[in-house]
Design a protein around this ligand. Structure first.
Ligand SMILES: Cc1ncc(COP(=O)(O)O)c(C=O)c1O
Length: 363
């Protein structure tokens, strides 16, 4: 076996409800709240559910490997060309494809120190060099990221809004940043949370692709705003040349048929998207207000989660689990004093706050 594989770390996902129940001996799964993986707590769009139900009997067929209908439908929705889109088994898979395409020993990826962990894992998978840039007030330091680029840099990842900090960069600053990145570097703009983001903070990063800029790819997903995380479907939008190359490294049927059916219907459910993103933004503000009343520092969030400085994050994670609330510890991100809480329904948010208050009083 390749010896360097032994040094790779396994991604630590949010703990599943069933696992916590098994470990702590809870019988009633419904009483456990998972606010650890930035899922959409309002569930999939009713239109997506209906479309999936209608198509169950077709699941003996392989999926359309090129996602033809979905690709054309999405292209129309986003006002880009259909050959500028590639789907992945979650946007996670597209991150791996990009590192597969661009990285090897001696070539580097630049990212913020506390940005989405899969960029670091995928870089190591192809033995690339990781250049991590400190953040400023939990936000991407765009000038420092530009300064970190070397002649051997191949990829630069900008996660906007960023996971796990929730911060977004100014849309104008993003445009300047993209224009300043040297052409030998591919800019990945990861917009996993774009549909949830307050509208005034959203830029129009797809305009780079429409303009024909070749060193940008925008990554998005159906896992967050659209509530389809279990189906594993995300997409990248980029210049045709890059999409054509990415197509060469994917498996023939990397996106399953049910995911294609559900995504197709979800795109048309603007009402659901609007409603759940409004509720998420309200829930986010509720969590921030309540956490600050308790006396914790929070970080303003443009996504569906809140970064909270509780001190001893791992201990809070473990104690909250015993109260049947699963949050995310962040020591793996170099934030041992923080936890990340996903915005849930009002009831879930209230339960989470009650549990935190209860534990805080006991300490
Ligand atoms: C910033 C960011 N990018 C990408 C992903 C991957 O999402 P998925 O593979 O579900 O599309 C996530 C998941 O949490 C994320 O937070």
């Amino acid at each position: 076996m390749k010896s360097w594989i032994d040094h790779l770390k396994v991604y630590e996902p949010g703990k599943p409800i069933e696992e916590v129940a098994r470990e702590l001996g809870f019988n009633d799964l419904d009483s456990i709240i998972k606010v650890a993986s930035n899922e959409n707590e309002w569930g999939p769009s009713p239109k997506a559910i209906e479309a999936m139900q209608k198509n169950i009997a077709e699941m003996h067929r392989y999926p359309d490997g090129g996602s033809f209908y979905l690709r054309h439908h999405l292209a129309q929705h986003l006002q880009v060309q259909s050959d500028q889109i590639l789907f992945g088994n979650g946007s996670n898979e597209l991150i791996v494809f990009l590192t597969h395409l661009f990285l090897e020993p001696g070539k580097s990826l630049v990212m913020a120190e506390q940005a989405f962990a899969v960029y670091a894992l995928a870089t190591k998978l192809y033995q690339g060099e990781l250049i991590k840039v400190p953040m400023q007030a939990y936000t991407h330091d765009l000038d420092a990221m530009l300064d970190a680029i070397t002649p051997d840099t191949k990829l630069i990842a900008l996660v906007n809004p960023n996971n796990p900090t929730g911060t977004a960069v100014d849309p104008e600053a993003l445009i300047q940043f993209v224009r300043s990145v040297p052409k030998h570097v591919m800019v990945i703009i990861d917009e996993a949370y774009i549909e949830i983001m307050p509208k005034h903070l959203r830029g129009d990063s797809l305009s780079f692709i429409r303009e024909g800029i070749e060193n940008v790819i925008v990554l998005r997903t159906f896992s967050k705003g659209y509530g389809l995380a279990g189906l594993r479907i995300g997409y990248g939008v980029a210049n045709q040349k890059l999409i054509e190359r990415l197509n060469r490294v994917r498996q023939p049927f990397n996106v399953n048929a049910m995911a294609q059916v559900a995504a197709m219907a979800a795109i048309d459910d603007a009402e659901y998207l609007e409603k759940t993103s409004q509720l998420t933004q309200q829930g986010c503000q509720f969590l921030i207000n309540e956490l600050e009343k308790i006396g914790f520092e929070t970080v303003p969030s443009a996504a569906n989660f809140v970064l909270v400085k509780t001190g001893e994050g791992r201990r809070w994670f473990e104690d909250l689990q015993k109260e049947k609330v699963i949050v995310r510890p962040l020591d793996g991100y170099g934030l041992p004093d923080h936890i990340r809480i996903t915005v849930g329904t009002l009831k879930q948010n209230q339960r989470t706050i009650e549990a935190i208050r209860f534990l805080q009083q006991k300490r």
